[in-house]
Design a protein around this ligand. Sequence first.
Ligand code: APR
Length: 320
Amino acid sequence: MARKKIALIGSGQIGGTLAHLAALKEMGDVVLFDIAEGLPQGKALDLAQSAPVEGYNASLKGANDYADIAGADVVIVTAGVPRKPGMSRDDLLGINLKVMKSVGEGIGKYAPDAFVICITNPLDAMVWALQKFSGLPTNMVCGMAGVLDSSRFRTFLAEEFNVSVQDVTAFVLGGHGDTMVPLTRYSAVAGIPVPDLIKMGWSTQEKIDQIVQRTRDGGAEIVGLLKTGSAFYAPATSAIEMAESYLKDKRRLLPVAAYLSGEYGLDGMYVGVPVLIGENGVEKVVEIELQGEEKSGFDHSVDAVKGLMEACINIDPSLG
Ligand code: APR
């Protein structure tokens, strides 16, 4: 059986980490694409030279021509400009929208059967534009944000409870931005929901509220520390988890920026919701019942995403 093909559009910090992880996990052969000449070729060669030591079997190739992604099974998009300190995800909109146009057209032409995961920010608007520019079916185009945001939430909760991260599950919904909605009620340690753990004296509401806020600011915290770029290890790992669920038909239930057609009362937009990823891409959107502040937080987040979509349409009316 031929190996699967993973195409990475954007070979920067996240792209390089994605290539390393995909190769180490032997997910398939990897094509690194970038507009910068030499960068994807250099990273591909460097990574290929780590294969004899690690003992993995995967070919790695760098490319500046979309023809090289032909027939890809999975495409992960990180092309664009990352956030600089003081820059909001929304500031990125104008620059990265143009990038999504060229990337979408390239994918539509050369990899129309691929499962596409977008990471470029501002995520919910970029994945929406990417799907339109590519013309791929909506179930085959999704965005990575919730897995990362939930992972950040899980990290902080595990630290607070002094338990293994393995036993902490958490859910973060809504848009990937300052308005994201970490759902405490659906977050648990070995099945014990966080509100119960508060009652049991494991933490206080105040501390959990601080953790929720730190999760919302998780990206900015790292931007502030790195100073020259944004997070890349955890974003890459998160997208790989989604890609594996598709390639191996794992049927994982993950928080993903997915296209909604009626679910949650929304139509024709992308926002972070729980979905099932299997061999047919996003196979199902899971509708959980949101209560009180969860609902108002989600609505607020949806409004923020709609605002970004409108800004995109103003820049490129073909998206309307
Ligand atoms: N086509 C292909 N690649 C492009 C294009 C384009 N039109 N425009 C820019 N690139 C490439 C850049 O040359 C660079 O190598 O995208 C790469 C982005 O890499 P980094 O700058 O290192 O950014 P990274 O940290 O990987 O983040 C990428 O993910 O989390 C988001 O906000 C982040 O939008 C950013 C994206």
